[in-house]
Design a protein around this ligand. Structure first.
Ligand SMILES: Nc1ncnc2c1ncn2[C@@H]1O[C@H](COP(=O)(O)OP(=O)(O)O)[C@@H](O)[C@H]1O
Ligand SMILES: [Mg+2]
Length: 399
């Protein structure tokens, strides 16, 4: 089951906001509604669901409704219309007390402006949220220290914010968001104010942290590179409306409309596409066949080498036409004659293309794509990679 589900979640700013709901349903744009009614559309009928453990990125230009949407999720902003479920529970029907518990136990938030108190030490900043929730001093100190260790701030407990760099301050912000060990962490442009290199570090750390703790993260950004790096799924917003939701690959390969296309046109595809996207079907043979059969297969299929796999498709090696011909002469079997696994180029399905160039360059054989179990999934053929980078969609054979 999804942890968060939004159904036509809508926020209109202005007086008597409900009157804009039927207009949105008729397809009026944000501009038209503003012109005719003076109401501002913050979020227009957003529907999506987020699975536990996902990093769900909400991306869009400034003013597109990202902050409004993320604040609807913990009811810091009250929706004008729509539904919101958390683990199947209707968040909009919660009483004040239930809502307080929900924010305390289930959901944490990290902001762009670190919003640290200058006169409080690092650990006192981290435990601030716990303090206003009335958690006893000893307990909240333990929780705060745990959270601080998690984000790599060990030893800085008693420093003051102004003694820390921007990156370190944001770690404090992150530790504060994590202090109550929430199931969901909402992060609104949390890294946008950081220098590019520090920002990359924080992104890497967030990915590691997520892998370790299995939190569900809703991450807001206006930066496509950041969205692609972090997102398991990305929702792209424009004028309050979600215009596309998909995996980074889906968005890159099949932009839903001109707006998305413009958003992604500067992106370096080699960082986004992975081996899976550019691989083709591998020609294979099992080792019980002899070198004569191997040569015949190569002729039939118009290739100059074959991958040798066992019956479960586990890759054992590769044999070239030259090796097969030689094996016939000296009466060797396929497994003795082939190049063993350790000398043929291989890669994993999710390796980014730009990391494949090196492997491709050094080798005559195509690069074999093998999964965690050593099973052959496909091969990378140089020409097809360049076709993909040239924006030629739909290439590759994903079996
Ligand atoms: N409190 C508010 N009152 C009126 N309009 C608001 C308010 N908050 C946001 N808006 C409007 O809602 C739209 C979305 O804003 P916001 O969610 O802050 O966008 P983003 O975070 O993507 O930059 C904008 O048009 C903004 O002007
Ligand atoms: Mg914002």
């Amino acid at each position: 089951m999804s942890i968060i589900e939004a159904r036509k979640l809508t926020k209109i700013f202005g007086s008597d906001p409900k009157k804009a709901i039927p207009l949105l349903e008729q397809g009026w744009t944000k501009d038209k509604i503003l012109a005719e009614t003076k109401l501002t559309v913050g979020v227009n009928q957003a529907s999506f669901s987020i699975d536990p453990g996902q990093i769900f990125v909400i991306m869009g230009l400034s003013g597109s409704g990202k902050s409004t949407l993320v604040r609807l999720l913990n009811r810091l902003i009250e929706p004008t219309n729509g539904q919101l479920l958390f683990n199947g529970t209707d968040v909009l029907k919660m009483s004040a007390e239930q809502l307080r518990q929900f924010r305390r136990k289930n959901i944490g938030m990290v902001f762009q402006k670190f919003a640290l108190f200058p006169h409080r030490t690092v650990v006192e900043n981290i435990e601030y949220g716990l303090e206003i929730q009335g958690i006893p001093k000893k307990e909240r100190r333990t929780m705060a220290i745990e959270s601080l260790e998690l984000v790599g701030l060990h030893g800085y407990e008693n420093s003051y914010p102004n003694q820390l760099s921007g990156g370190m301050q944001q770690r404090v912000g992150l530790a504060r968001g994590l202090a109550n060990d929430p199931e969901v962490l909402l992060m609104d442009e949390a890294f946008s104010a950081l220098d590019p290199l520090i920002r990359k570090d924080m992104q890497d750390e967030l990915i590691q942290l997520q892998a370790k703790m299995q939190k569900t993260i809703v991450f807001i950004t206006h930066d496509l590179d950041e969205a692609l790096r972090l997102g398991d799924r990305i929702a792209l917003m424009k004028d309050g409306t979600i215009v596309q939701i998909g995996t980074p690959e889906e968005i890159m390969m099949n932009p839903a409309n001109k707006y998305v296309e413009r958003f992604i046109e500067d992106v370096d595809l080699s960082k986004v596409l992975t081996a899976t996207h550019v691989m083709s079907k591998a020609e294979t043979i099992t080792p019980d066949k002899g070198p004569r059969v191997a040569l015949q297969f190569m002729r039939d299929r118009g290739v100059s080498s074959l991958y040798v796999v066992d019956r479960s498709k586990k890759l054992l090696g590769a044999i070239t036409a030259e090796q097969a011909a030689n094996a016939i002469k000296v009466n060797e079997n396929l497994e003795t004659a082939m190049k063993p696994l350790n000398i043929i180029p291989t890669t994993s399905p999710d390796t980014a293309i730009n990391e494949l160039f090196e492997v491709m360059g050094q080798n005559k054989l195509p690069v074999a794509v093998i999964d965690d179990e050593g099973k052959l999934k496909g091969v990378i053929i140089k020409g097809l990679v360049f076709a993909a980078l040239a924006g030629n969609n739909g290439i590759g054979d994903e079996n």
